[in-house]
Design a protein. Structure first.
Ligand SMILES: NC(=O)c1ccc[n+]([C@@H]2O[C@H](COP(=O)([O-])OP(=O)(O)OC[C@H]3O[C@@H](n4cnc5c(N)ncnc54)[C@H](O)[C@@H]3O)[C@@H](O)[C@H]2O)c1
Length: 213
């Protein structure tokens, strides 16, 4: 696909990490898993079922480079029982401390997989592969992970920075309009709260005014 990816470095000293953004960012996921395999490190992919249904080819590529666990779409997935399912999946495949976990989906999968990575064997490396606009601009960056409890949202969690983030703009092509607009709303909010230049750029986007997004 045309266009080049860009790399944004998140500067956090020892915990700094790159965000690769663009049409070919998904290639980076496969390249990373192959690189890890050469280092004798195995890859586990936690993948949103709704996303997988629209990206069958990418799903097959993931299955060729690691073990895949599909989880149902939706907020209910951020639960203790699904977290336990991830642990069972990891132990069932004999994943040890050297393995790496990839969160492939929106904020739901990113949050629960990040928390699984933060807690499995007291912490393993993980990568974010956000597939919704909201998860690309917000939840995949910053290291906040967690799940919900019956008493409320995000009540259990941990901070863990990913080793890298791969934001493939190609994934946005299959995103339902409503889900895409949640991400746009987050970008507008960010502009309103503290980035006048961003807000001005958004105001000058014809599509936003015409209601095309
Ligand atoms: N950790 C953080 O800093 C942070 C910040 C903001 C929000 N969040 C969390 O993020 C979650 C919401 O995330 P979200 O808005 O990404 O929603 P989501 O993860 O629930 O995904 C929304 C829907 O989009 C579908 N989908 C995902 N990618 C797709 C694709 N490329 N093509 C087609 N369908 C696709 C999914 O199957 C799902 O039905 C909430 O749980 C919220 O608490 C976390």
């Amino acid at each position: 696909m045309a266009g080049r990816d860009m790399i944004v470095e998140v500067d956090l000293g020892r915990r700094c990490y790159p965000i690769r953004i663009g049409p070919n960012a998904a290639d980076g996921v496969l390249e990373t898993a192959r690189y890890l395999a050469r280092e004798n490190r195995r890859s586990a992919f936690i993948v949103d079922k709704g996303f997988a249904a629209t990206q069958a080819e990418f799903l097959q590529s993931l299955q060729a480079v690691g073990q895949v666990l599909l989880l149902p779409a939706g907020e209910k997935t951020k639960s203790l029982s699904r977290l336990s399912e991830i642990y069972d999946f990891l132990t069932g495949h004999n994943f040890d401390r050297s393995c790496c976990l990839f969160a492939v989906g929106g904020g739901v999968i990113g949050d629960i997989s990040g928390f699984a990575a933060a807690s499995y064997m007291r912490g393993i490396d993980y990568y974010q592969v956000p597939t919704t606009l909201l998860s690309m601009v917000d939840s995949s960056v910053g290291g906040k992970t967690g799940i919900n409890l019956p008493a409320g949202k995000n009540l259990v969690g941990a901070f863990l920075q990913p080793k890298a983030v791969f934001s493939s703009t190609r994934f946005l092509e299959t995103l339902p309009r409503r889900v895409f607009n949640c991400g746009i709303a987050e970008i507008i909010k960010h502009g309103l709260l503290g980035d006048a230049h961003l807000f001005e750029r958004l105001e000058n986007l014809d599509n936003l005014h015409a209601g095309h997004v």
